[in-house]
Design a protein around this ligand. Structure first.
Ligand code: AMP
Ligand code: MG
Length: 554
């Protein structure tokens, strides 16, 4: 393994003009050992570790929005120095690279220490827009948390993470961002389906960007070891830095951001994490995103979508669908179960911080108990919006939503196409039209010719919906515009990412930014892309690895 000394430069200041502030590593306890060996690390939030240089860093794609946010000009992005920094080959003295230490529940079981096994943060910067952002390289070499892994990432997974995090941002879903995707020039050995067929794959590194990469699991590890002192430090610092609006106005007296905060502030913080998580679940359900590995180490304390692995996008509406082959048995992380898992994970977080409450955990319990209502209200509002209605009308609307869920499953029906096309139904004439005419605007969403019963039931639902929409007396153009603003036309269908990956694997990465261009405007019509990307899953993708079946092997 190359040592620190093999880095291209040890300049004082990074060549990209970034302003590193490194508050996380300044504020919180560090692993006293500088040994980059796999081990248990206690009493620390992170371990300082240098990225392992790669053979031939090369820029494949970048996000112009994230670059602009950070204050990086296109000229700088195109330099060799940029690719070097984004592979960890050039580490300057103003950076403070580290891997985070956290634990987590995986598939419902406590898994102990996990940590950043293939991600190394370069540090935190003060971005051009005035926010603080952490730059994290995923695939930049082993850390003390790599266990049996090699700390590397492959091109296919990196393309998927890069594109999906930016697609989510443009959809308006809270997410970590991606600045760049670089090829490392190294080959990486992977057994994609854990079936003994390992093969060499192209290595890559994604630079992820977020105000914080803290996870629920970051808060679980300390109490699991009885270390309440460090739990308190981490909670206090997280609140002061990322939830400062919850602090009493006289908190500024604390020069030390890790000084304990009152339990009522911790309770308010937990309640906000509950809210943000509930909101995130509503958003995933709206766009048809299935995370695939909702372990507590993969849930962001900021309520962001984090850790894009074997995720997938719902095509045919099926609440039982999971993209993750590792989850195929129990389907714990299936589309329809995500809101419940969000709640289960919040319960683990509540258990983790409960020892800070001196036996009176009632405020935590109350916040947790609010989740079903918060999620339910959010869900109702979301459904009202996507169906073009003005306000939630109570039980009769719940019936309308529930009935839709049933009718969508009578035959395989593309969720994205259905919701996008529903606005084309003519609310004024639908009551007297034939069933065939009523369903015509959404007929494209069916994967096969629907049975007469399916057509009749769908027509009945559409007439009910049209009745309900007409009762709102909302002008058609206003309702249609509202529906288009909440029902995306372009999402990163599983096979779309795969086509781009195949092309990149064959040596042409240009499809990555071309795809990003389409995903930048998911609610726009973009007629030039209609016939190519606003279409159902093609037959070849049904059983193709990477499209319908994914594993954690990334
Ligand atoms: P994930 O399923 O991606 O959330 O990963 C679970 C744990 O395994 C995390 O601690 C990761 O950092 C670690 N891990 C996953 N892949 C690798 C790899 N290739 N090398 C080292 N650690 C890994
Ligand atoms: Mg993870």
């Amino acid at each position: 393994m190359p040592s620190t000394g093999s880095h291209a430069a040890a300049d004082d200041i990074n060549p990209l003009g970034l302003h590193f502030t490194n508050r996380f590593t300044t504020d919180l306890p560090a692993d006293p050992s500088a040994q980059n060996t796999r081990r248990q690390v206690s009493g620390a939030c992170f371990s300082r570790v240098e990225p392992t240089p790669t053979a031939a860093p090369r820029l494949l794609a970048y996000s112009s929005e994230v670059a602009q946010q950070l204050g990086l000009s296109p000229d700088i992005i195109e330099t060799n120095a940029f690719a070097s920094v984004m592979n960890g080959n050039l580490v300057s003295a103003d950076m403070d690279p580290y891997a985070m230490c956290y634990g987590g529940h995986q598939f419902g079981n406590w898994a102990g220490q996990l940590g950043d096994g293939r991600a190394i943060a370069l540090g935190e910067v003060l971005a051009a827009d005035g926010t603080h952002q952490t730059l994290q390289l995923k695939g930049s070499g082993p850390t003390p948390y790599s266990r049996q892994g090699d700390g590397r990432a492959v091109l296919r997974s990196s393309v998927r993470e890069f594109l999906c995090s930016e697609a989510m941002f443009h959809l308006g879903v809270p997410t970590t961002r991606a600045l760049s995707l670089t090829a490392s020039g190294d080959m990486v050995m992977r057994d994609m389906f854990y079936d003994g067929n390992a093969a060499l794959e192209t290595g890559a590194v994604v630079c992820r960007v977020a105000p914080s990469f803290l996870r629920f699991g970051s808060f679980e590890l300390f109490p699991s070891r009885g270390d309440l002192e460090n739990l308190s430090l981490l909670v206090a610092r997280t609140i002061r830095v990322h939830f400062s609006h919850l602090l009493p106005t006289d908190d500024g007296a604390h020069a030390d951001v890790t000084a304990p905060v009152e339990t009522n502030v911790i309770a308010a913080w937990f309640a906000e994490v509950v809210n943000r998580t509930a909101h995130l679940m509503v958003e995933w359900m709206r766009v048809g995103f299935v995370h695939g590995v909702m372990n507590t180490d993969n849930l962001s304390i900021l309520g962001l979508t984090i850790d894009y692995g074997p995720y997938g996008w719902l095509e045919g509406f099926d609440p039982n669908w999971t993209p993750n082959t590792t989850d195929a048995g129990g389907r714990r992380y299936r589309y329809g179960n995500q809101p419940a898992i969000g709640q289960w994970n919040l319960m683990q977080l509540a258990n983790a911080v409960a020892p800070l409450f001196d036996g009176d955990v009632e405020p935590l319990q109350q916040a947790l108990d609010a989740y079903p209502t918060t999620f339910g209200d959010g869900w109702n509002d979301m459904m009202v919006e996507r169906l073009g209605l003005v306000a939630f009308a109570g039980a009769s609307d719940n019936e309308l939503f529930g009935e839709l869920g049933r009718v969508l499953q009578l035959a395989e029906t593309d969720m994205t196409i259905f919701h996008r096309q529903l606005c084309n139904v003519d609310v004024a004439t639908v009551q007297s039209a034939t069933d065939e005419d009523v369903v015509a605007p959404i007929a494209d969403a069916w994967y096969d010719d629907p049975s007469p019963t399916t057509v009749a039931e769908m027509a009945t639902w559409i007439r009910k919906w049209a009745n309900r929409a007409a009762a709102d007396s909302r002008p058609d153009d206003e309702r249609i515009a509202a529906m288009k603003a909440t029902n995306p036309k372009y999402v990163l269908r599983n096979w779309m990412a795969q086509l781009v990956i195949d092309q990149a694997d064959a040596g042409d990465p240009s499809g990555i930014e071309t795809m990003l261009e389409v995903l930048r405007d998911p609610y726009g019509e973009q007629p030039e892309h209609h016939d190519t990307w606003f279409v159902k899953r093609p037959e070849w993708a049904r059983e193709r690895a990477g499209c319908s079946m994914l594993s954690c092997s990334s």
